[in-house]
Design a protein around this ligand. Sequence first.
Ligand SMILES: C[S@@+](CC[C@H](N)C(=O)[O-])C[C@H]1O[C@@H](n2cnc3c(N)ncnc32)[C@H](O)[C@@H]1O
Length: 267
Amino acid sequence: MTVDEALALARRLGVERGDAQALIAHLAGRDRTWLITHGDAPVPGAEAALQRLADGEPLAHLTGCQPFHGLNLRVTPATLIPRPDTEVVVDWALELLAGLPGRPAVADLGTGSGAIALAIKAACGRATVCAVDLSAPALEVAHANGEALGLEVDWRQGNWFEPLAGRHFDLIVSNPPYIAGDDPHLPALRHEPLTALTPGGDGLADLRTLIDAAPQHLPPGGWLLLEHGWDQAEAVARQLSGRGFGEVALRRDLGGRARASGGRWPG
Ligand SMILES: C[S@@+](CC[C@H](N)C(=O)[O-])C[C@H]1O[C@@H](n2cnc3c(N)ncnc32)[C@H](O)[C@@H]1O
């Protein structure tokens, strides 16, 4: 099948044009501009790959990579596919780090592909970054991403703060599973690990666990930043204040939806 035939098939299958171009360019080992002048070039495997895309398989799983905060990350079905929404929490972390002298210590809990940890380390090389995930296969992907990008992160496997006993961090960041167990969008996300998406129930269990445990790992003045669902901001702010955090604040995405909340441990 040629480039032009593959693009025509994508239209018939109802595949979004940008996604089809990205997939075809990936299969051809070229960039998207090359497609414009090479309509007759053969693209091996295009028909099967476009069918998988039309059947709902994520583009990132078919190409094996996903851009995030200027980095190109490898992703597999063992990891969540990093979302642009999560860049809100990375930008917030970088703003706070800009005001911290020396070598601030950062922890990313539930690192998945390593997205947050690596984006922070790439933009703030003087930070020492540690990242935790319960999933060994996800952590392998994160580790490989760190190696490929030449970014040094201390990768730890375990349950939230368990592998960090006795350690303190100037900044703790997390995008934990927060989708409610009965959310109607979950079936559409079936290609990603369920344990990365939802803790079940109202979706707040892991956020509560992190807020409860974080003060044991924060020095006075340390920050906790948490990504959450657009409708969870009030519950998270209440939990942060109730646990004793001050300067509780909220960040929104470009669409104006609440995406992340955080607070500062007093002192
Ligand atoms: C929403 S994903 C976020 C992945 C990545 N930080 C990102 O933003 O793309 C949540 C991550 O938390 C991890 N996780 C779930 N439960 C955990 C636990 N009890 N301890 C540590 N990590 C956990 C999952 O394996 C998953 O990688």
